[in-house]
Design a protein around this ligand. Structure first.
Ligand SMILES: C=C(O[C@@H]1C=C(C(=O)O)C=C[C@H]1O)C(=O)O
Length: 283
């Protein structure tokens, strides 16, 4: 006599399993919240501007993607953790997001909501300059500005000591079809020790700027350019990753015929991290 195969679980049993998992996930989130009070005192969150720790967050997002398996889309996992991390940062020290909408509203709003959720207050500005100025006047607010184009050299506001700097580039995890793919710089005031310095962002003012110089620079660094009438030249925001160095970029600019009038480090961020279509990730 052959044995009957075991009966499949009933729908009710499967739903009980899901309810039990949901209760555990919720319990774990509440336990995560219980750590915050202790974290605030150990980390001295109140003393620097923002509780946002870009180095830690970039590392957490990379590890999340590396360990992910199964049918849940990576977009969903990334979005859930962005909301968890941002909201926990917010409950440590409330902050607002100042988004520059001058290059389009919907993609910027999607980026803000995907990376920071709906609890963090969202404030619209009609220029990058205004968003960055609002952050400069605040203790720990964040500005979101385009990382690839600009209408004004807003990064001049970041040149002095003690002012906000570029602290991150979003999305943390780049890939084709990212639901919030707009390249965005996050500008804020954070503790120096919390900065991730893999990619340096330099404000460089040059005279004698032309298409040939732009072509010489293109393979060496990512550059946002706006005309600078005062110098009959251009204001550049140059993102430099190893093995390139600022001195190397400066030498390339001079060799191509530009004069470098001034330069200042205006921030830094984690190395861009890309997940190719087949799922394996690479720095
Ligand atoms: C919890 C911290 O503060 C923030 C919140 C984080 C989180 O919720 O995991 C991580 C980094 C910080 O932006 C921390 O510094 O570890």
């Amino acid at each position: 006599m052959s044995k009957l195969p075991p009966a499949p679980p009933s729908l009710n049993e499967l739903r009980q399993e899901i309810d039990s998992i949901d209760a555990q996930v919720h319990q774990l989130l509440m336990s995560r919240g219980d750590i915050i009070d202790r974290l605030i005192s150990v980390k001295q969150t109140q003393e620097v501007g923002s509780a946002f720790r870009p180095a830690r967050e970039a590392d957490m997002m990379r590890r999340l993607v590396q360990r992910h398996r199964g049918i849940l889309p990576i977009d969903t996992v990334e979005g859930i953790w962005r909301v968890i991390i941002s909201t926990f940062t917010y409950v440590q020290a409330p902050f607002s997001l100042h988004a520059d909408l001058s290059l389009g509203e919907s993609a910027m709003r999607d980026s803000a909501r995907f990376h920071f959720g709906f609890t963090v207050p969202y404030i619209s500005h009609f220029s990058a300059q205004a968003a960055v100025e609002a952050v400069a006047k605040s203790k720990g607010d964040l500005a979101l500005v385009s990382a690839t184009s600009g209408q004004t050299p807003w990064w001049h506001e970041l040149e002095a000591e003690g002012v906000p700097k570029i602290i991150a580039r979003l999305p943390f995890i780049e890939r084709a079809d990212h639901p919030a793919a707009l390249p965005v710089f996050v500008v804020s005031r954070v503790a120096d020790s919390a900065m991730v310095t893999e990619v340096e962002c330099w404000s460089v003012r040059v005279s004698g700027w032309n298409a040939e110089i732009a072509r010489a620079l293109a393979p060496l660094a990512d550059v946002v350019v706006v005309p600078d009438t005062a110098f009959d030249g251009a204001s550049l925001l140059v993102s430099i990753s190893a093995p390139q160095t600022f001195d190397g970029i400066k030498a390339a600019l001079i060799a191509a015929g530009a004069s470098v009038r001034s330069s200042a480090l205006v921030g830094s961020h984690a190395t861009r991290y890309t997940v190719p279509a087949d799922g394996a990730s690479q720095a």
